[in-house]
Design a protein around this ligand. Structure first.
Ligand SMILES: Cc1cc2nc3c(=O)[nH]c(=O)nc-3n(C[C@H](O)[C@H](O)[C@H](O)COP(=O)(O)OP(=O)(O)OC[C@H]3O[C@@H](n4cnc5c(N)ncnc54)[C@H](O)[C@@H]3O)c2cc1C
Ligand SMILES: NC(=O)c1ccc[n+]([C@@H]2O[C@H](COP(=O)([O-])OP(=O)(O)OC[C@H]3O[C@@H](n4cnc5c(N)ncnc54)[C@H](O)[C@@H]3O)[C@@H](O)[C@H]2O)c1
Length: 471
């Protein structure tokens, strides 16, 4: 066994691990980066990138069917699913060089392609190498959580790790779970011509603003996605040509079954005990500085057990670098963390939802909205369904919920506003190019001031007085 010393040993080359490794290596630290599977992790290989590439194809197919309103005769698309598969993997291949072993070696990292495991409080073994490091970063991501449903694992159920290998369009896709993955994939497969049934034990898209989520769900139902809600999958039976899922509401048969029932941190076979790293049922015990119960070991991204997003993993990574390289005190916050679900319409959230804001701030919360139907660009594009909703306390935003075209892009401004503690007056003072959807954000901020300016007798009195004085 060869041995190696490092300032920082990073386990996992996904969004979180790569952020730490690239920043640390380029600023002069000696970094060892270990990856057991594909460089780029879930996001590139089995998550965001293939799912968004599939969604792009589906949007194209949908546009061909729905051009009538623009004066373009609708046609039913002919979908060559093997070519869709190639498109998805072409997109992955186009991005892969950014996350590649060669690129990270070029930055000065030592990259080891093997499964890593702790052997002591500050040593990790991977393949034939033992690495002794001053600091170790667990960036091992997450795995699909497979619920304990009778019969489920007796057949070829799909997860995000196998879904994008399909070369034939499923005839009827059953999906267990109506969260982000379930809804994004349900709409995409439906638009490509599959029948789709989503079986959701609770409420679909339950983490988002219910009124906004409802608009997405109604649109999906209008496109032909079937939902079974409030009933868990109780039993799965595999047949010659397909699969049947039994729920309290009935039995549903399809050709394929996708499990999208949440994700669990990937912490198996890591030798955590050897390093004195404690975990509970939910995952690692990590404090708000991202430190585990071993003061030399930190966790980032999905492995840290909180929200699970690529940009969160990147934020964790860049936050942690300041601590690891410069010894600065850092805290990982979530109050400004945005997320988006890439259905049509898109659904996006940052900070508190209306319900959370009312629970936290009571009557001090004011909710202001702007609607897509008031926006000229949305009108021109015929995308008038949607709204921006902003929760304001003391003149500053504490949360924003957006549903509609490009909601995922529009939410970024509210992340900045919340993290920089901007005032609504600064957002309303922003000049947005006309005609763009970004005017929706400005208009929502303006809605905060409209009653204060236009329905205020004092303002009217002052204006009249000033007008009398002015020459
Ligand atoms: C279908 C799907 C769609 C998604 N879409 C989005 C989206 O649109 N936007 C968004 O923000 N997020 C999205 N996500 C979530 C996003 O993919 C994750 O939050 C993100 O990849 C987490 O990054 P990470 O670095 O924590 O982990 P990962 O990207 O999972 O990387 C962890 C890496 O560690 C490696 N590893 C694990 N254990 C070991 C070990 N013992 N030794 C060596 N290597 C190990 C793994 O092989 C993996 O490569 C999606 C997820 C899925 C499943
Ligand atoms: N656009 C994005 O940013 C994006 C896209 C996809 C995934 N992700 C990330 O990946 C994570 C995982 O996504 P996900 O959709 O798998 O999880 P999720 O937690 O969002 O949704 C899982 C759903 O499955 C349901 N469920 C669980 N067991 C069930 C059962 N036996 N029968 C019926 N329903 C059951 C739950 O009630 C829940 O609504 C997300 O939380 C998100 O962080 C992000």
């Amino acid at each position: 066994m060869r041995t190696m010393e490092a300032d920082i040993c990073v386990i996992g080359a996904g969004s979180g691990g790569l952020t730490v490794a690239s920043g640390a290596a380029q600023m002069g630290a000696k970094v060892v980066l270990i990856e057991a599977n594909e460089m780029g992790g879930d996001c590139l290989n089995f998550g965001c990138v293939p799912s968004k590439a599939l969604i792009a194809t589906a949007r194209h197919a949908h546009a061909m069917r729905s051009g009538g309103i623009y004066g373009i005769a609708p046609v039913e698309p002919e979908v060559d699913f093997a070519a869709v598969h190639d498109h998805i993997h072409g997109v992955i291949a186009a991005i892969a060089p950014v996350d590649s072993q060669e690129r990270f070696e070029g930055m000065g990292c030592t990259v080891i392609r093997a499964h890593a495991r702790f052997v002591s409080e500050r040593e990790v073994e991977a393949g034939d190498t033992r690495i002794r490091a001053r600091r170790i970063v667990l960036a091992t991501g997450s795995r699909p959580a497979v619920p304990p449903v009778e019969g489920l694992t007796d057949g070829p159920y799909l997860t995000n790790e196998t879904l994008f290998d399909l070369k034939e369009l499923p005839e009827h896709l059953l999906i267990i779970g109506g969260g982000n993955i379930g809804c994004e994939m349900a709409q995409a497969f439906r638009r490509l011509g599959a029948r789709v049934t989503v079986i959701e034990g609770g409420t679909p898209l339950a983490k988002d603003d219910p009124e906004n989520a409802e608009l997405v769900l109604e649109t999906m139902k209008g496109e032909g996605v079937s939902f079974v809600t409030g009933h868990h999958a109780d039993k799965v039976e595999w047949t010659e040509g397909g699969v049947t899922v039994r729920t309290g509401a009935g039995t549903y048969s399809g050709s394929h079954l996708l499990v999208a029932a949440g994700r669990a941190p990937a912490l198996d076979d890591l030798g955590l005990e050897a390093a004195g790293i404690e975990r509970d049922k939910k995952g690692l015990k990590v404090d708000d500085t991202l430190q585990t119960t071993n003061r030399r070991v930190y966790a980032v991204g999905d492995a840290a057990g909180g929200m699970q997003f690529t940009h969160l993993a990147g934020y964790h990574g860049s936050t942690l670098i300041r601590r690891l390289l410069f010894g600065l005190p850092v805290k990982a916050k979530t109050s400004h963390m945005p997320w988006a679900t890439y259905t049509s319409p898109e659904l996006a959230q940052c900070g508190l939802t209306e319900k959370e804001a009312r629970e936290a701030h009571g009557d001090a919360v004011e909710v202001v909205t702007s609607t897509y139907s008031e926006n000229d660009r949305a009108e021109a594009e015929r995308r008038t369904e949607g709204r921006v909703k902003v929760m304001v306390v003391g003149g500053r935003p504490v949360g924003a919920s957006i549903v509609g075209e490009s909601a995922g892009d529009l939410i970024a401004l509210w992340s900045l506003a919340i993290s920089a503690k901007l005032k609504m007056s600064q957002i309303s003072g922003m000049v947005a190019p006309y005609p763009t959807l970004s005017e929706l954000n400005k208009r929502a901020a303006g809605a905060y001031f409209s009653p204060r300016l236009f329905d205020n007798p004092n303002v009217k009195r002052v204006v009249r007085a000033v007008q009398r004085i002015l020459p």
